[in-house]
Design a protein around this ligand. Structure first.
Ligand code: ADP
Ligand code: MG
Length: 393
């Protein structure tokens, strides 16, 4: 880390073309944006820049076009929706760094907004190609990174551009994410409770490893709890276990000692299906052929008790297959407990964030991270390339 994170406060934007890496990667259905969340999260920085008199040039990826132009992944419909939310015109270029982009950017007046075409139409974006980064940099006089969801990627628009184009600073969304997640790692107020769940223990080992010395309580649910339970000698039946992680997990169990809280009961199903026959069983005795798809009611009670004591809390990963009603109670119960907690609460992880939102608890949580992968890597303690690039610039 070469220095503090530079922010919009340090940018004199008036009359300048400000090239903003935003995260406009929203779901589209038949040319219509079906979820505004990321667009709304981008508005504060766009508004601040407009008020400062900047000519705002937005750039983003959308989906995975893999270096090819795809008409269904053009940013024009996203620009149209952004314009509605912003209450101002947003011009959409039909190319990234070509004639149309230059024509539109040259035509901007102070306070105007334009969007370049999908960055990933060019293979140079994910390859962090120097020439592509230089061509992007020509479209701005200053750079702002506000795409927290992309800072863990060493792509041209994330690390290449700020190495060429300065000043390079963090936008408001990125700044908030970094400040909030840093609060979890740097001297969190105690008790500090971490709740981890989700699909794969191997995805979350880095986070567990980095949080373990910091937390007072580590609650484990989701599919990953079965690797922990099995490592502790439990019969987990046909539940999902990552056999190759059993040794690592055994080491984590020893290190965690009595700070580790595993489920005491499990909702087990006869098949991996939404309407499968299911019942609550002891966590150490899942019948052969049955698989655990949620934490049980006694576990929800126990976890709720621990969560209520937290002054600082982070949650990543659902407690069960919350997409299916029969296995959503654990995730709902933990969401309710987190919402009721008086401490500083943070949710990271795409699926956990979606679950908390769809269950209606979002406005009672301190912070919901907009970056799934990025928030995980941040909590692993990794120096993220996009953030490092700003600190160097
Ligand atoms: P996040 O995006 O919040 O980090 P993950 O991507 O790691 O979370 O995991 C989310 C997925 O984990 C969900 O689709 C959910 O259905 C699945 N899952 C949770 N518990 C189980 C389980 N016991 N068995 C199988 N899948 C599970
Ligand atoms: Mg996920």
């Amino acid at each position: 880390m070469a220095g503090p994170l530079p922010t919009l406060d340090e940018l004199d934007a008036a009359g300048r073309r400000v090239l903003v890496r935003a995260d406009l990667n929203v779901p589209l259905d038949d040319g219509r944006v079906t979820d505004d969340l990321r667009l709304e999260a981008s508005l504060p920085t766009i508004r601040t820049l407009r008020e400062a008199g900047a000519r705002v040039v937005l750039m983003s990826h959308l989906g995975r076009p893999k270096g090819q132009v795809r008409d269904d992944l053009r940013l024009a419909p996203v620009a149209a929706r952004l314009s509605e939310l912003l209450g101002a015109p947003v011009a959409a270029a039909s190319d990234i760094t070509g004639d149309d982009a230059h024509r539109i950017v040259d035509g901007l007046s102070d306070g105007d907004v334009a969007v370049l075409e999908n960055l990933r139409f060019d293979p140079g974006e994910t390859a962090n190609d120097k020439g592509f980064a230089a061509a992007l940099a020509e479209l701005g006089d200053a750079y702002v990174d506000d795409a927290f969801g992309a800072v863990h990627r060493a792509h041209a628009s994330v690390v290449g551009v700020p190495s060429i184009l300065q000043p390079a600073v963090a936008g408001q969304l990125l700044q908030t994410e970094v400040e909030t997640l840093s609060r979890l790692l740097d001297e969190p107020e105690e008790p500090f409770v971490a709740i981890l769940g989700g699909a794969k223990v191997s995805d979350k080992l880095g986070v567990i490893d980095n949080l373990l010395e910091r937390v007072d309580h580590l609650l484990i649910g989701g599919a990953m709890c079965f690797t922990f339970l099995k490592a502790g000698g439990a019969d987990v039946g046909g539940s999902r276990v990552e056999e190759d992680q059993l040794d690592t997990v055994t080491g984590l169990i020893e290190r965690a000692g009595d700070r580790l809280h595993l489920p005491v009961d499990i909702v087990a199903a006869a098949a991996f299906e939404a309407d499968a026959e299911h019942r609550t069983v002891q966590a150490d005795a899942v019948p052969g052929g049955w698989m655990g798809l949620d934490i049980g009611p006694h576990t929800i009670d126990a976890f709720t008790g621990v969560i209520a004591t937290a002054r600082t809390l982070v949650w990543n990963g659902p407690m069960g297959v919350f997409e299916w009603d029969a296995f959503a109670a654990g995730t709902r119960g933990v969401a309710e407990a987190v919402a009721a907690c008086d401490g500083f609460t943070v949710i990271g992880g795409g699926d956990s964030a979606a679950a908390v939102r769809s269950m209606g608890y979002a406005d009672r949580v301190g912070h919901i991270s907009t970056g799934g992968g990025a928030s995980l890597e941040f909590l692993e303690g990794v120096d993220l390339p996009g953030i490092a690039a700003l600190r160097r610039a």
